[in-house]
Write a protein that binds this ligand. Sequence first.
Ligand SMILES: *Cc1c(COP(=O)(O)O)cnc(C)c1O
Length: 221
Amino acid sequence: MGADLKAFAKLKTELEHYGANLVAVSKTKTAEDIRMLYNAGQRAFGENYVQEMVAKAAELPKDVQWHFIGHLQSNKVKYIAEFVHLIQSVDSFKLLKEINKQAEKADRKIKCLLQVHIALEETKFGLDERELAEIIDHAPALQNVAIAGLMGMASFSKDESQVAKEFESLNVLLNKHFSFFQKYIPEPVLSMGMSGDYQLALKHGSNLVRIGSLLFGSRNG
Ligand SMILES: *Cc1c(COP(=O)(O)O)cnc(C)c1O
């Protein structure tokens, strides 16, 4: 229960060294758990489920920056369009078009990352390289989204060289499309690294880590 403020302080120091930012992944955690980190200065929180994010957003201060990091169904975009800070998990052009449409309705521009499939496991969502290039080709027609960079999840593996290779492949892709992202944002975002592998991710160019269990303890479900 609660949040580990010691682990939070240590992590912040580590990230500072790399100039990287933190999304505290609060899925399954309560608004009170989140408030502990909020009171310690954390503003960016990540959620995987629309309902859960909507409920917590209603309970917590307005300056929380909500990051959506789970698989997002097009028909649910409308519930988060008014307040979401960054949708990290865009994995189809269809979804991007729907985000654009709902952003227009909400009279805002929504920041997005394109999620790339870099892991060995088939179960993880994300675009392959060809799909990524295709979205990048078609995205300029969408006026209400800002495509700020890439997100990826590495294999759940103890094989560090495999995980490092996957992070590096995402870093290479970001650099390949760097000038495209720079049309939207001065410093493109490379979101990679979780509790178990963030140090490796930082070494391979991550500037945004998504960390849950290290800060909140392990989840049950
Ligand atoms: C749950 C989750 C995380 C955080 O995982 P931890 O291992 O708890 O740090 C990061 N990214 C995504 C996409 C997640 O679903």
